[in-house]
Design a protein. Structure first.
Length: 419
């Protein structure tokens, strides 16, 4: 049953009260709707030389005919995005300690304000942001999940917001598995009303003696929990480090990207786009390093039965991150119902690759069709990055937002027809 935002906040206050964060984190006060006295939120200027340079760089981006890309907002370290269903306010996670609130007040499709959200709270790697259909913002940190009802309204008032604990600090993963490596989470609220969180594991390939503990806790996998934090289960196993997931609205299946094993050469293994059709499936890691390429560490080990291989093999080491199904009507029919995915770009490939947006068609039967490059040019011909796309999300008008943590920006891609 779908509860109202305020009702959920109240219920979470009660449910989480024995496990509240320390008062120094201000969560106890916020959960009881008390002021914290925190300093005013940081604001980001949207004009000046930096914004002008970003606009100039966008002239190098190549798109299909009829499309254009523009600067939507200057947002430092912009990672995953969540768009509030009724107002279009964009919330942006980072791998640092901030969440940003991006507001287009006049619907000119460019940000008027970029303000630090919930600055009274000490976040740690608040990369994953996602909304429930009834407007509750979830923030999945490295080792905690928080909920913010009516975030777009409370966030306007300064550092204090209505907040609730879904998964307390230190309870999303065992603290022994906390790491700066693969600690950025991604989340979605599924059609079943449950919260799905992708949990990367901290190694390139995990030691054999750690595998059982990882699997038990949902690391190297995707978990799902009730929006109240209860009834946790591991939904998908054998996932090395997914940082992008979405549900196909046509058949309700979960699709997700997965970053694959390093150190196996420039040209293997491939990156992955996967499709989960039911709970409990295993997607092959660490027995497979990507696609059907076996890892050296587990080459003599028997893989699980019925491993599900990716529906799309992306270029090796392109670092496939955020993805979303396109449900809008602005873009031509070719793109409607398909998947847009961001490639962050390689970090240790001899010849860099990626830093682009990929598009995969989805067939009527729910299977993947052809995959092609949709937007590119952030990687210059001489191998320098001038931007690194992280996530792709759709505005209400059907245009597409692209976040870039390297340039510190969000771009908007729109379609006005072939010329």
């Amino acid at each position: 049953m779908k509860s109202s935002a305020v009702a959920l906040a109240a219920s979470l206050v009660v449910a989480a009260s024995p496990l509240l964060a320390a008062p120094t984190d201000n969560l106890q006060k916020l959960q009881n709707f008390k002021q914290t006295g925190a300093a005013p939120a940081e604001k980001i200027a949207q004009d000046g030389k930096h914004a002008d340079a970003l606009r100039e760089n966008l002239k190098a981006i190549k798109l299909p005919q009829g499309f254009k890309i523009e600067l939507y907002a200057v947002v430092p370290e912009a990672r995953h995005m969540a768009i509030e269903p009724s107002t279009g306010v964009v919330f942006v996670g980072t791998r640092k300690n901030r969440v940003w609130q991006v507001t287009d007040r006049t619907k000119r499709r460019v940000a008027d304000d970029v303000v630090q959200f919930a600055s009274a709270i000490s976040f740690k790697v608040p990369n994953g942001v996602c909304f429930s259909p009834d407007g509750i913002l979830y923030v999945a940190e490295q080792n905690r999940v928080l909920a913010f009802p009516a975030a777009q309204f409370f966030g306007e008032g300064g550092p204090d917001v209505a907040a609730a604990v879904v998964v307390p600090q230190g309870k999303l993963i065992p603290t022994e598995f906390e790491s700066f490596n693969h600690g950025a989470r991604a989340c979605r609220v599924g059609p079943d009303g449950k919260l799905y969180v992708a949990l990367g594991q901290p190694w390139n390939v995990p030691p054999k003696d750690k595998l059982a503990a990882l699997d038990k806790n949902g690391l190297a996998g995707i978990i799902r929990i009730g929006q109240d934090g209860k009834n946790r289960e591991v939904y998908a196993h054998g996932v090395r480090n997914s940082v992008g997931l979405d549900f196909n609205p046509a058949d309700k299946t979960l699709w997700f990207t997965d970053n694959q094993v390093d150190g196996m050469g420039d040209d293997q293994p491939p990156g992955e786009l996967n499709r989960a059709t039911k709970a409990g499936q295993n997607f092959g890691f660490p027995w497979y390093g990507g696609g059907k390429v076996r890892t050296v560490e587990y080459k003599d080990q028997q893989p699980p039965k019925d491993v599900v291989f990716p529906v799309v093999e992306y270029a090796p080491h392109a670092a496939d991150l955020g993805m979303s199904f396109y449900t809008g009507k602005m873009f031509p029919a070719k793109y409607q119902g398909g998947v847009f995915a961001a490639e962050h770009g390689s970090w240790n490939r001899t010849k860099p690759i990626g830093a682009r947006i990929m598009y995969t068609a989805v067939k009527p039967d729910g299977s993947a069709g052809e995959t092609e490059v949709f937007a590119e040019g952030w990687l210059t011909p001489n191998g320098e990055y001038m931007g690194r796309p992280v996530d792709v999300q759709q505005l209400q008008d059907g245009s597409l937002l692209v976040s870039d943590d390297y340039a510190g920006a969000i771009y908007r891609i729109s379609y006005s027809g072939a010329k």
